[in-house]
Design a protein around this ligand. Structure first.
Ligand SMILES: *[C@@H]1O[C@H](CO)[C@@H](O)[C@H](O)[C@H]1NC(C)=O
Ligand SMILES: *[C@@H]1O[C@H](CO)[C@@H](O)[C@H](O)[C@H]1NC(C)=O
Ligand SMILES: *[C@@H]1O[C@H](CO)[C@@H](O)[C@H](O)[C@H]1NC(C)=O
Ligand SMILES: *[C@@H]1O[C@H](CO)[C@@H](O)[C@H](O)[C@H]1NC(C)=O
Ligand SMILES: *[C@@H]1O[C@H](CO)[C@@H](O)[C@H](O)[C@H]1NC(C)=O
Ligand SMILES: *[C@@H]1O[C@H](CO)[C@@H](O)[C@H](O)[C@H]1NC(C)=O
Length: 494
């Protein structure tokens, strides 16, 4: 692997003098909330705790094992240009993320309309489907072209396309219940309860393929377009759950957006505005419950007492030892290899004569001999010079890249433990891991893994912490009291 450029994102604010091993100096055993992980989940828990808590005094600490905040939101730099390396797109109805972006004055960008984008479905030998991509410079012709492409799509998949859209819209509408005010929206103790309340639970018990066949979609649409989308967004086939599948399909619709300069800035803004003590490059290796508080030990040799502990990173690939031990359902992360290439694709590999005949997004179907899931143009620099992003289930070897690309000037590889390996029916870890005050945001990832679902889960965890701590009378030093006013404002529709 080449020298990863994730390090460009040094986010160096608020780093407290870390070696303040507070175990001896602290007078009270209760030392606020400790959060493990600085991605969208951990930073959102901090944000919502501040927002909903009546007390200014809660001490919030975030521990991040990397040297930058953002978790799976990270950028790479290829020839000096910045691209999203991990979580890259947001949906127009991702209201928490939209609110965050607005309140931190971040610039929202949408894929530019004049970029010549075309799309094809590759089966390893041929393009099964390809949109037209004639290089019209006038908006009027663009319009006609997109209409023509809709007809092409319709010609191949028929009314199934509308059934697919309905399926996605119904699911998105159910999800919007999570933005309702406190009066109508309870605090959820478990993921199962949270999903059932919104009418989403059943979708986690069956595969996407089963759901879509029942909704009347044609097998051709499922094998091709739907498969392309689940492979791009979750690196997996249509055997993922119906819910993860619906979320994945929603992530292929209109109006998608991202933050100019990198989505990680959302986490940075949340942390910066929430009066958090940020401990970068400090990995927690043990969490021990000592009767009235947790003791968190880090690999740096520090020990921190915490009244409440929140795990906001997938436990699947963490090395934390718990005392007493905890038990959660087996889960493994699906690894997606993101390979970034500056160069030019080889037309011969795709059986065409010129590079311009290769679509700007090449999606693929499930097939054993396909070495990648998708290839997309991130930026066209000149006729034979572009930046590409490739997703694959295995690392892309140099020899393979040399066949796919005729020119390759720069290559960068990232192996992400990207999202859960979905397996319907899903089983969910508890939000409260030990029946006490140890919380797990990423239990929700088995439902669907996105930036917004993490923020939604984090918001519920913040409410859960406040409601469960206010009943705790023993510790008079507890600053965790739930706000009594229900001032949670429903986000306005755009
Ligand atoms: C965002 O911009 C507005 C207007 O330009 C300004 O009033 C506000 O203070 C800014 N907020 C932050 C967090 O920078
Ligand atoms: C979910 O499935 C159960 C059992 O099949 C059924 O009783 C229930 O009505 C379904 N719920 C929804 C919201 O469809
Ligand atoms: C942190 O927040 C302050 C305002 O509270 C703002 O001026 C500053 O630019 C922010 N820094 C970052 C890195 O976001
Ligand atoms: C954590 O650190 C403290 C202080 O160094 C030590 O007494 C304790 O045994 C450690 N806990 C674990 C689980 O290693
Ligand atoms: C977990 O810890 C063990 C022993 O300390 C080590 O061998 C292993 O590589 C670690 N795994 C990860 C994912 O860090
Ligand atoms: C969980 O995974 C481990 C290791 O892969 C295996 O030994 C164990 O039997 C699994 N447990 C369940 C309940 O599937």
């Amino acid at each position: 692997m080449k020298n990863t450029m994730l390090g460009v994102l040094f986010f160096s604010l608020l780093i407290l003098s870390a070696p303040s091993s507070s175990s001896s100096s602290s007078s009270s055993a209760s030392e606020g909330v400790c959060i493990i992980g600085s991605g969208i989940g951990g930073s959102s828990v901090a944000h919502f705790l501040r927002k909903y808590s009546e007390s200014e005094l809660i001490r919030i600490r975030i521990f991040e094992r990397q040297v930058v905040v953002g978790g799976r939101m990270a950028t790479v730099s290829i020839s000096g240009e910045t691209f999203e390396a991990g979580a890259s797109i947001l949906h127009p109805k991702n209201y928490h993320a939209l609110n965050f972006a607005k309140s931190f004055n971040l610039t929202i960008q949408t894929p530019s309309l004049d970029s010549d984008s075309s799309f094809g479905i590759w089966d390893g030998h041929n393009f099964l489907f390809k949109t037209l991509d004639l290089d019209f410079k006038f908006p009027f012709f663009k319009k006609i072209l997109s209409l023509a492409n809709s007809f092409l799509m319709f010609f191949r998949y028929g009314f199934s396309l509308f059934r697919m859209t309905n399926f996605v819209e119904t699911t998105v509408d159910n999800f919007l219940k999570y933005y309702e005010s406190f009066e109508s929206r309870p605090v959820f103790e478990t993921v199962d309860e949270m999903l059932t309340w919104a009418g989403l639970y059943n979708l986690t018990t069956r595969t996407l393929e089963e759901e879509l066949l029942d909704s009347g979609l044609s097998p051709l649409l499922i094998q091709e377009l739907v498969t392309v989308i689940t492979r791009v967004n979750y690196g997996q086939s249509v055997s993922i759950s119906g819910l993860a599948g619906a979320v994945s399909l929603a992530g292929a619709g209109d109006g998608l957006w991202s933050i100019e300069g990198g989505n990680w800035q959302i986490a940075a803004g949340l942390i910066n505005s929430s009066h958090v003590e940020l401990h970068l490059h400090e990995e927690i290796e043990s969490i021990s419950y000592l009767g009235d508080h947790y003791e968190l030990n880090s690999t740096n040799g520090n020990s921190y007492p915490c009244e409440v502990t929140v795990i906001a990173a997938p436990l699947d690939e963490q090395n934390i030892s718990f005392t007493p031990s905890i038990s959660i359902p087996n889960r493994s992360l699906h690894h997606t290899h993101a390979t970034f290439v500056r160069g030019f694709l080889n037309p011969a590999y795709f059986g065409v004569s010129t590079g311009s005949e290769i679509p700007t997004l090449v999606g693929t179907i499930e097939s054993h001999d396909l070495p990648f899931s998708s290839i997309s143009v991130l930026k066209q620099h000149s006729e034979k010079d572009a930046a590409y992003k490739i997703f694959s289930r295995k690392p892309m070897a140099d020899a393979l890249l040399d066949r796919i690309f005729s020119i390759r000037k720069e290559t960068l590889r990232i192996n992400w433990g990207a999202y859960p390996h979905y397996n319907a029916p899903e089983r969910f870890a508890p939000f409260v891991l030990d029946g006490q005050h140890l919380y797990y945001v990423n239990a929700f990832e088995n439902a669907a893994s996105t930036m917004e679902t993490s923020a939604v889960a984090a918001e519920n965890i913040a409410r859960l912490i406040l409601s469960r701590s206010s009943g705790k009378t023993k510790s008079s030093s507890s600053n965790l009291k739930s706000s009594t006013s229900n001032t949670y404002d429903r986000h306005s529709d755009l």
